[in-house]
Design a protein around this ligand. Sequence first.
Ligand SMILES: [Mg+2]
Length: 217
Amino acid sequence: MSLDPETARQIEELSRDLRPLLVLDVDDVLIEFIRPFPNYLKSRGYELRLETFRLHGNIYDTATDRPVERELASELIDGFYASQADWQTMTAGAAEALDGFAGAAEIVLLTAMPHRHRDTRRRHLRSLGLAYPLLTTEAPKGPAIEALRGPAARPVAFVDDMPNNLASVGRHVPDAHLFHLMADNSLRELMPPPAEGIQVVRDWPDAAPRIARALGI
Ligand SMILES: [Mg+2]
């Protein structure tokens, strides 16, 4: 899969930075998703039963006790993103960790969500004190980070809770340092062990020194 053209346009707006590059996923890395999402569903008469590590197929209509169709699940997820400021709070330790990098790295946030939610998310992140550039992508993350790094051979670190995103970046930027961070570590039981070369971190205080080492900052 190639680079999402809208993501390419967003990358063009950034100044060409030569510092080490730190790219961060947003949901369940910087702000909570999997803990507030069930509360949002409940407020609308649905519930999340995470039997596998995916949303589709695991959202149930409380009244009928049946899983909802794919289209309704997508609508519910969309509604959550539209009202994210009401639900999504900061992941513990994230702000302190990023403050600790204090300008030594270029920090960019890369979120896999429809582009139409970019402004809402940007406003929400700013209100939480996370005023870093935010890119949205509707395609795999690997090509986006390859483009973001640019021609400079600078170190790259990438943090995400979704193994498929880490794998995509590993394919496109083979020397990137990959970190698997999950706001809710209990979900690790629902997924296979991480692929070789991926560093598992338990939380932000664990991640921060490892990221600094990887980036040489
Ligand atoms: Mg995520």
